[in-house]
Each structure stands twice: as C-alpha cells, then as structure tokens.
Design a protein around this ligand. Structure first.
Ligand code: IPM
Ligand code: MN
Length: 361
C-alpha cells in the first residue's frame, strides 16, 4: 500500500526526532512492503523565518491532502517575544482547528523496562501503569473569545472558556468508545463546583454515559484529579477532559511514566484522519546536541499506523522494537536520569536510538 504523509519537522529538536522516526518508518515499509511518501512542510518558527507567518496556507493545504500528518515540535526562545497571534504555537493551534482534530489521545504507559524511572514508590505502580488522557483539542479557552479591556484596576486581559453540548458529546463518545476497548472506566475531569462550562460538561458526559451501560463513569474536580494522578495513578483507565485541563493533566501523567520523552500522541478528526506528535515540546536547549529522546515521536508514528492506516502488526512492531532497545539497557539522557542502576545501562544519543529501534524491526 502507498501512504502520503505530510511531515512537519518544526523547530528545536523537532527535525532530529522526525529524522529518526522516518528512518523507522522506512524500515517498516521495507519489511512489510508499504510505500510511505513524505512531503515536508513548514510550520512554527522556521515558517516565520522563511515565510513570515507561523502557518502558511500551503502547509495546511498539503496536510489536508495527505493521509496523515506527522509533527515534531514547534517554538523556541527566538520567537518568544512575538505578539500572541504571531507565535510559532499558533501553527499548532491552527493545524488542530483547520484539520478538525478535536480528539487528542495521550496515553501514559509505564514500560516495565523503565519502572525504575518512575519517581513514585514502586508499590504505587507495581504491575504497570496504563492510562490515556482524552483531551478536547479544538474548543474551550484555547479558542474562545479573547482580548484586552480597561477596568478600574487598570488594563485587563481575558480568554473565554466555552463548550457546547455538541463539542462535549463528541469528545465524550471518543472516551467511552476507547474505554470499551480497554478497562471500561471513564473519569471525566472538570471544575463543576465553580465553572458554568464545567457544569454543562458534567451533565453532558453523564448523558453520553447512558449509551454505555458497561462503562463506569466517575467525575473528578481537576484539583483532585491532579492529586490522584500522583497518589494512585493506577485507578485510572480513560480520563476525558477539556482542552486546558487536558494540557495540564497529560504533562502530569507523563512524569509518572518517567519521562515526557517517551509519550506519543494522536490528534484525530472524524473518520481516520489524524496528526501525530510527541507530547514534549521543541526543547531548544537540546537542539543539535544529539541528546533528545526520539522515542515519543517514533511511538507517535506507531499510533499513526494503528489509528489512521489500520496497520496493527506494523504498529506493534515499532512498539516492540522500542521495548527491546529499553530491555537491552540503552537509555537516552532523559531516561538515564532516574535510572536506579545507571552503571548497568548504556547512554545513547538521538541517532543511535533511531538506528537501534530500526534495527530491531
Ligand atoms: C501541547 C502543547 C501545546 C498546547 C502548546 C505548544 C500550544 O503544550 O500540545 O500540550 O498547549 O496544546
Ligand atoms: Mn502541553
């Protein structure tokens, strides 16, 4: 089969982790007889430098015409002083909105091989950890009305959090469908004791739950949820939440797995189309040092094979190759950091990690 993939290397470590991921995808193509065609496009800071805007129209067009999008990371110090609507991050938000990617899946999986990298006590995560944050991605405060106005306390700025029943329903359905294939538990996270938008969220999720009698639904306030993720993360199966709460909770959950450098994500539209990217950012301090962990992006490519292309065996092959490299005690610096017995491990760079994973397919 032939697959057309729009590739957005982006900024900072983006191009490096994408380079290793394409190496791994090419190996998959070779082994399983698929042809992956890549069209590289500009988005983020590099697009600002070359085209004068973070998300050129041409980029959106090519992404829309592709079967899937693979993205590294965008942003960096260089563009940090630009006005809000011209920052590299606008590329990401624009892609999410214009491609209709309303459902963001962020699995937090603690690999057995990395159990020692988890900062929690061993008994808290014994038997492994496997939860997924389903984050609403095209609504809420990220896309609500925003602006500045004068008040009697001086200039004020505001960003509006708003959710419709339709938006809540479709993201809740994604979460419940996912729970049906997993451990049949959904935890909906909101701030319904304070926010009107959260009260509508809670009511709507509760209504959706009626269509899924086999799934247990629980509601948590976001402040409590963050505490529970650290206290007892194994209680969770699927967490469904708003754009901003999902942003915060998924970073929290990532630390429990040892390193954000291990976490992939999928952003899905209706149908099979999706954009795949690591949860981590562009880490400008690591750019060009061969120190970045490419595994989050490589695992994102595995999600692309699974969710958009339906290539389950190929997706498993990538995940197993990552596990094998970890079992062989290879560690990029981010996962070496928490290693209990570093002397037994071998530190590797970005390129060697990509080579080893490809070699294990
Ligand atoms: C993420 C990132 C983005 C977000 C930023 C870079 C706009 O933190 O994907 O989690 O807040 O959604
Ligand atoms: Mn984030």
């Amino acid at each position: 089969m032939k697959y057309n993939i729009a590739v957005v290397p982006g900024d900072g470590i983006g191009p490096e982790v994408i380079g290793e991921t394409l190496k791994v995808l090419d190996r998959i193509g070779e082994k399983y007889g698929h042809e992956f065609n890549y069209t590289k496009v500009l988005a983020g800071g590099c697009a600002i430098d070359e085209k004068g805007e973070p998300l050129p129209e041409e980029t959106v067009k090519i992404c829309k015409e592709s079967d899937a999008v693979l993205l590294g990371a965008v942003g960096g110090w260089k563009w940090d002083t630009l006005p809000g609507d011209q920052r590299p991050e606008m590329a990401l938000l624009g892609l999410r909105k214009q491609l209709g990617l309303f459902a963001n899946l962020r699995p937090a999986l603690l690999f057995d091989e990395l159990a020692a990298a988890c900062p929690l006590k061993a008994e808290i995560v014994s038997g492994g950890l496997d939860l997924v944050v389903v984050r609403e991605l095209t609504g809420g405060i990220y896309f609500g009305e925003r602006g500045h106005k004068q008040t009697d306390m001086g200039e004020a700025a505001y960003d509006v959090e708003q959710y419709s029943v339709g938006e809540i329903t479709r993201i809740a359905e994604v979460a419940f469908d996912m729970a049906m294939k997993r451990n049949k538990k959904v935890t909906s996270v909101d701030k319904a004791n304070v926010l009107e938008s959260s009260r509508l969220w809670r009511k709507t999720v509760t209504e959706v739950a009626e269509k899924y009698p086999e799934v247990t639904l629980e509601h948590l306030y976001v402040d409590n949820a963050v505490m529970q993720i650290i206290r007892d993360p194994k209680q969770f199966d699927v967490i469904v939440t708003s754009n901003i709460f999902g942003d915060i909770l998924s970073d929290g959950a990532s630390q429990v797995t040892g390193s954000i450098g291990m976490l992939p994500s999928a952003s899905l539209a209706t149908g099979n189309f999706g954009m795949y990217e690591p949860v981590h950012g562009s880490a400008p301090d690591l750019a060009g040092t061969d120190k970045a962990n490419p595994m989050a992006t490589i695992l994102s490519a595995a999600m692309m094979l699974r969710y958009t292309f339906g290539l389950l065996e190929e997706a498993d092959a990538i995940e197993n190759a990552v596990k094998k490299v970890l079992a062989d005690k290879y560690r990029t610096p981010d996962i070496m950091l928490n290693e209990k017995d570093p002397a037994s491990c071998k530190e590797i760079g970005t390129k060697e990690a990509g080579d080893l994973i490809a070699a294990n397919i």
